[in-house]
Design a protein around this ligand. Structure first.
Ligand SMILES: Nc1nc2c(ncn2[C@@H]2O[C@H](COP(=O)(O)OP(=O)(O)OP(=O)(O)O)[C@@H](O)[C@H]2O)c(=O)[nH]1
Ligand SMILES: [Mg+2]
Length: 301
């Protein structure tokens, strides 16, 4: 158990290495010779470069200005760790799959990692002994349906689908009916990120949400917005748009491995206050972690 926890932290640390270096690299260098204000300016610059955002970076550095004496690098790291944790702990609310069927609707623009995140989640819930069903409500591309079916085979979980070009609302309808009759514990809906130019993505998502709610009171229980951390500040704009259109109840931040822009999680937490449920740190089925503010902060700084 302890080994498993340790390896979880180690993989988080490895995944966040580039963002960690982006934030701390310049600051370490600034300690040779710079004034207190010079060090803080360098830190603010590094935070902005790591996509923490101008607003959150300014707030963090202003806080540190009041307490940092200007001498000790370890003290600065500790103060920075404390203020980042303060921001992140407010959005730490792990997703608890409630009464069955618990319906999760994954949304987000194309390529952010929706299907991959769904596959990983299905793998996790199946591993816990839950009956899981996935549904391909991204009907625009045949490849999207096949990709979900491939995940279904990989994690041993059935997939509800219709033909390509079909109505996503109809897939959602079938899926909820099937989930109820098969006594499924968790139903996860994949949705499109890119659409035919004649169809508005937000209108389609609203329709899928409505169909699901009509078939099952209280559903979808989770509207999970998937954001690609490597897109930096763009992710923040996406979150605002999707939240206004359909209401987002949780966020999964993917591709934290291999990006130096992982600071976006701090900007998202600071501005949106929407629970961050999961972080993605790789393409494998085990590379989706519950968001834990303490672990994340310690891996980051
Ligand atoms: N390194 C890394 N790659 C990821 C992660 N999550 C997803 N990916 C990769 O990102 C690419 C796009 O992922 P998809 O799951 O197909 O994204 P999507 O949002 O479903 O895309 P559309 O269906 O086109 O809208 C794939 O190559 C995934 O393997 C992650 O956490 N880390
Ligand atoms: Mg997809």
């Amino acid at each position: 158990m302890f080994d498993k926890l340790k390896s979880g932290l180690a993989s988080l640390k490895a995944g966040l290495a580039r963002t960690h270096n982006a934030i701390m690299g310049g600051v370490d260098a600034a300690f040779t010779g710079a004034s207190r204000e010079g060090i803080l300016e360098k830190l603010e610059e590094s935070l902005i470069l790591a996509d923490v955002g101008v607003g959150a970076s300014g707030e963090i550095v202003d806080k540190l200005r009041g307490v940092f004496g200007g001498k000790d690098p370890e003290r600065l790291k500790q103060l920075l760790r404390d203020s980042v944790y303060e921001i992140l702990k407010d959005v730490e609310r792990p997703l608890e799959a409630g009464p069955s069927p618990f319906v999760i609707m994954a949304i987000g623009i194309n390529g952010v990692g929706k299907t991959t995140t769904i596959g990983k989640l299905a793998g996790r819930y199946s591993g816990e002994g839950k009956a899981v069903l996935m549904a391909a409500a991204d009907t625009f591309r045949a490849a999207a349906i096949e990709q979900l079916e491939l995940w279904g085979e990989r994690v041993g979980c059935p997939v509800i689908r219709q033909t390509q070009g079909g109505d996503p609302g109809a897939v959602a309808f079938d899926a909820v009916r099937a989930a109820v009759s098969r006594k499924t514990d968790v139903l996860i809906l994949d949705t499109a990120g890119r659409l035919h130019t004649k169809v508005n993505l937000m209108e389609e998502l609203k329709k899928v949400k409505k169909v699901v709610g009509r078939e099952l009171t209280g559903a979808p229980h989770e509207i999970l917005l998937v954001l690609d951390a490597s897109t930096g500040q763009n992710a923040l704009n996406q979150a605002r748009l999707f939240n206004e259109a359909v209401g987002v109840t949780g966020i999964a931040l993917t591709k934290l491995d291999g990006t130096a822009k992982g600071g976006i999680i701090i900007a998202v937490a600071n501005e949106l206050k929407i629970p961050i449920r999961f972080v993605g740190i790789g393409e494998g089925v085990g590379d989706l972690k519950d968001f834990n503010a303490r672990d994340f902060t310690d891996a980051l700084i």
